[in-house]
Design a binder for this molecule. Structure first.
Ligand code: KG4
Ligand code: ZN
Length: 328
């Protein structure tokens, strides 16, 4: 079954062609970083307009790269949430138009669940459920029990900033470009992670919940009224990253007792230091993450999960809505 996936939840426009939920024939992503960099973060209205400009060329490029024609497609999958509403509407409208024109079914896919599916798609062997799911992205930080594909129970989530958002905000405070995650990772390599005693928050009601806003405030105070040298910036970046990841490892440790497999997904999991910290913290576990190409926002994970969702529950109608928030 050939599935065309469309991704437009935030500042990436993606289109992919995936066979049977696994074989990626094409995975085209255009980023808007250049557009938002000046503002230090994503400007929703600008994001939406750029999606309008590039969505058709991106779809055409994916079809060409896959070496197929539109008539070969069996299903259109689109990320219909969570995300920026204007950006989502664009992708959903493109998907509906294709479904109608080609007379093939349409399915809406949960973008956050697709980040976890990206890891499953890349797994070398069959994934044994139940497992612990860890979503670390720009919009979400969550621990989930994955009972089977598509059936998840929320164990913990952030009470304030998402982890990627905390990286982006900390970077902005330090005067680094958007997106902040890769900038902090790069700088942190040159710094001493013990030079600032930063800590992420704990949440009394649920030890598996996260809180990163205090950590961000600690960075505000660390830079306040100072002219930072490159060494200072590297030390702050390293200490911030270490505090954030130590907290995540601590909470995965608490949550992972009942599982042997940990599935990680979302843009922040591209961070090499995080991957190394997890490998040394969880030696007896099967750790599964996406390939680099499928870690940041992409449409291959949307087409992949769309295939399984379609087999499980059939397609959606042309009434499919763009949903800025969506539960797991
Ligand atoms: O999953 P994603 O592509 O989009 C969302 O669904 O939100 O995640 C984007 C987030 C951004 O906050 C970005 O700063 C962060 O992932 N990120 C990183 C790295 N690369 C991207 N965070 C830490 N280290 C990185 N190398
Ligand atoms: Zn994402």
């Amino acid at each position: 079954m050939l599935v065309l996936g469309i991704e437009s939840t935030c500042d990436e426009t993606g289109c992919a062609v995936v066979r049977n939920g696994k074989d990626v024939l094409a995975n085209v992503v255009t980023s808007q970083i250049d557009l938002h960099n000046t503002y230090g973060g994503v400007v929703p209205e600008l994001a939406c307009r750029r999606h309008v400009d590039v969505v058709i060329p991106v779809i055409e490029k994916a079809i060409k790269e896959a070496g197929i024609s539109f008539r070969d497609l069996d299903l259109i999958a689109v990320a219909n949430g969570p995300g920026l509403v204007g950006a989502l509407i664009l992708g959903v409208t493109a998907a509906k138009s294709l479904s109608l024109a080609l007379d093939i079914p349409l399915i809406g896919v949960n973008h956050t669940k697709a980040h976890l599916y990206a890891a499953i798609m890349c797994a070398q062997k069959e994934v044994k459920f139940p497992c612990l799911g860890v979503v670390l992205s720009g919009g979400h930080t969550a621990l989930l029990e994955m009972q089977r594909l598509g059936e998840y129970k929320l164990l913990g989530q952030t009470c304030d900033d998402a982890i990627g958002e905390a990286f982006d905000k900390a970077a902005k405070i330090m005067g680094l470009p958007y997106p902040g995650g890769p900038e902090i990772e790069k700088l942190a390599k040159k710094g001493d992670h013990l030079s600032y005693p930063f800590r992420a928050g704990t949440v009394k009601q649920n030890p598996l919940d996260f809180s990163f806003s205090g950590l961000k405030t600690a960075v505000v105070y660390a830079v306040k009224d100072r002219v930072l040298t490159e060494n200072d910036k590297a030390d702050i970046a390293a200490s911030f990253q270490y505090a954030a990841f130590s907290d995540i490892i601590k909470k995965i440790t608490l949550a992972s007792l009942d599982y042997r497999t940990i599935i990680l997904g979302g843009g922040v999991t591209i961070n090499q230091t995080l991957r190394e910290m997890c490998l040394s913290a969880f030696p007896g576990y099967d750790l599964i993450w996406p390939s680099k190409a499928l870690t940041l926002d992409n449409a291959a994970m949307i087409a992949g999960l769309g295939y399984h969702d379609f087999l499980a529950k059939g397609g959606d109608s042309l009434e499919l809505e763009a949903l800025p928030t969506m539960a797991f």
